[in-house]
Design a protein around this ligand. Structure first.
Ligand SMILES: C[S@@+](CC[C@H](N)C(=O)[O-])C[C@H]1O[C@@H](n2cnc3c(N)ncnc32)[C@H](O)[C@@H]1O
Length: 253
């Protein structure tokens, strides 16, 4: 699905053109008659917005909102995600988040001290992440956390198989889209937009197989609590939270 970028004012045209060039997105100089999903560049952020609805746009916010709250009041290393990646005192693994999405899990892992490389194949989502990181770097409170996060805009299997022995991460984290049947309004706006944009990540089984060959210590897969295992592969252990399950595959080299 092709999404174009549109600057909200003339002064933002150069920045919009840069985004269009880097992420190979079409650039609009004016809103079309029937605008649907558009990457809308405002003075404050880059947002993915459905102009046919009154809902606010989706953008990456590492500073405030849910992530800001989580940073200040989050559960530390003992939260299920921290346990799933095996954080212990003095052990801070290098992680590739191969399905970065809006970067929430990556940010939480970076808050716990990990060095995280986010990999995202959707140009639209990668552009949102790039914009979120750029803004977050200007915030002195979280600059130390943001310095531990990098972004690669590439398909993850291609990225992982390109890594040399020295570059292989300790942990690969996967959170592919899960094919929900629920089409109700209860499905969050963000999820609806995501599904529209990136589909169901039907190649997630292959991504797990690749990740298992590349990770030095473990692969962690986030799934809805009652979902089947990815690739029907039994994990070494699963860590459950009320709605989510983290399937941990310990890799023996
Ligand atoms: C459910 S979202 C991940 C949400 C993320 N964990 C977060 O905390 O915001 C899945 C994302 O993974 C990306 N993705 C899925 N398979 C991928 C692959 N093989 N390579 C790169 N990105 C992939 C999709 O484009 C989508 O943005």
């Amino acid at each position: 699905m092709t999404i174009a970028i549109f600057p909200s004012k003339l002064e933002l045209s150069t920045t919009a053109a840069q985004f269009a060039a880097v992420f190979r997105l079409p650039l609009l100089n004016e809103l079309p008659d029937n605008p649907n999903l558009i990457l809308h560049l405002t003075e404050n952020y880059l947002e993915l917005r459905d102009f046919t609805s009154k809902e606010k746009g989706v953008y990456v916010d590492f500073v405030g909102g849910r992530l800001g709250y989580r940073r200040q009041h989050g559960g530390g290393k003992n939260q299920p995600l921290g346990r799933a990646v095996g954080l212990k005192k003095g052990i801070l693994p290098r992680i590739v988040d191969a399905t970065a999405g809006l970067g929430r899990d990556a940010f939480i892992l970076a808050c716990l001290g990990c060095q995280v490389t986010m990999v995202e194949r959707s140009p639209v989502i990668a552009a949102l992440l790039y914009d979120g990181l750029k803004r977050a770097r200007q915030n002195t409170e979280i600059i130390d956390i943001i310095e531990n996060i990098s972004l690669i805009h590439q398909e993850a299997c291609a990225y992982l198989t390109s890594l040399g022995a020295e570059e292989k991460p300790d942990i690969i984290y996967l959170d592919p889209m899960y094919p929900h049947r629920d089409k109700s309004a209860l499905v969050k706006k963000e999820m609806r937009i995501f599904r529209h944009l990136v589909g169901n990540d039907d190649d997630a089984d292959d991504l797990l197989q690749t990740a298992l060959m590349v990770a030095k210590q473990r692969v962690v897969v986030k799934r809805p609590r009652h979902a089947v295992f990815l690739a029907n592969k039994q994990p070494t252990v699963s860590i459950e939270s009320p709605n989510t399950r983290f399937d941990v595959y310990v890799v023996t080299i």
